[in-house]
Design a protein. Structure first.
Length: 284
């Protein structure tokens, strides 16, 4: 068994980035020149995923449009001989990957958003990625490593990283028994958090999570939490922590988004030289 489908919940309001996100979904904010959502879809494609389920809300049409053909633009670029830009536009959706859009009718939480993908995913194990969590890792990336773990061991997994104890109330926090996740709690206060190992936005999940989510009561923040659906399965299904390689940028915050932009800008030698010179002159 492999993982061929990923669910991307993208129905959130993006209120931290207002007014930029008044009409533009936060997942369309660029890291240098590539929208966050595109970085997530390409990481999924490198992991072997062939179907992407976008869970959207009414105001997110720009995301669907981004992965669609835009004939007018493509024709104009071709006519003007702008072949490099044309190739970039045509590579937005990776080859052999298709997009399915489902709506989350009400903002009832991350668990509810994932549940909205139930009919498309069906009885397959699947991945969930939160595009806000940008993971810049070696090789084919974090999700590819998690899919490889699933293929070799059959174990579901959650990407995790150590966080400062003061920040446990921002994350799902895991407890471990050896190399198996034995407990999972959403946004515990630092004083009662069972550990400082936090879930970040990559999950390999079994289809049984849908049935669990149907029975989950509103939890942290009054929302149906994915964490609570997974926690209900831990006694019966093996979940492993995946301590990913590389760096995670929390692009749901201004600081994380700026850090990601700088880190990715420095990957481009021309941009890096100019940026560094500007920083020396104006900031240092
Ligand atoms: C969500 C999850 C949380 C996880 C986090 C990772 O929280 O509910 O368990 O640790 O993503 O970014 P959110 O950031 O949507 O509040």
């Amino acid at each position: 068994m492999t993982i061929d489908v990923v669910v991307l919940p993208v129905a959130g309001l993006g209120s931290r980035f207002l007014p930029a996100t008044k009409v533009i979904p936060k997942e369309m904010l660029p890291i240098v020149d590539v929208p966050l959502i595109q970085l997530a879809v390409h990481e999924a494609a490198r992991a072997g995923v062939r179907q992407v389920v976008l869970v959207t809300s009414g105001s997110k049409r720009a995301i669907e449009d981004h992965f669609d053909h835009f004939w007018e633009l493509e024709t104009q670029l071709a006519n003007r001989g702008k072949h490099e830009q044309l190739a970039q536009v045509q590579a937005v959706l990776p080859e052999d990957v298709s997009i399915v859009v489902v709506r989350q009718p009400q903002p009832l939480g991350l668990g509810h958003a994932v549940l909205c993908a139930k009919d498309v995913v069906g009885n397959r194990p699947f991945a969930v990625m939160l595009p806000d969590d940008l993971i810049d890792g070696p090789g084919a990336g974090c999700l590819a490593d998690m899919v490889a773990l699933y293929e070799s061991s059959g174990a579901c997994s959650l990407a995790v990283e150590e966080v400062h104890r003061d920040h446990t109330d921002r994350y799902g926090i895991v407890s471990l028994l050896g190399e198996r996740i034995s407990g999972l709690v959403e946004k515990p206060l630092p004083a009662v958090a069972p550990s400082t190992l936090a879930v970040v936005g990559r999950y390999i999940l079994p289809p049984q999570v849908f049935a669990a989510l149907q029975h989950v009561q509103p939890g942290s923040g009054g929302e149906i939490q994915l964490t609570d659906g997974i926690a209900a399965l831990l006694a019966d299904i093996e979940f492993r922590p995946h301590r990913f390689r590389g760096t995670r940028y929390d692009c749901g915050t201004k600081l994380g988004h700026l850090q990601a932009n700088l880190a990715y800008a420095f990957k481009d030698p021309v941009l890096a030289t100019a940026l560094l010179a500007w920083m020396h002159e104006h900031l240092l």
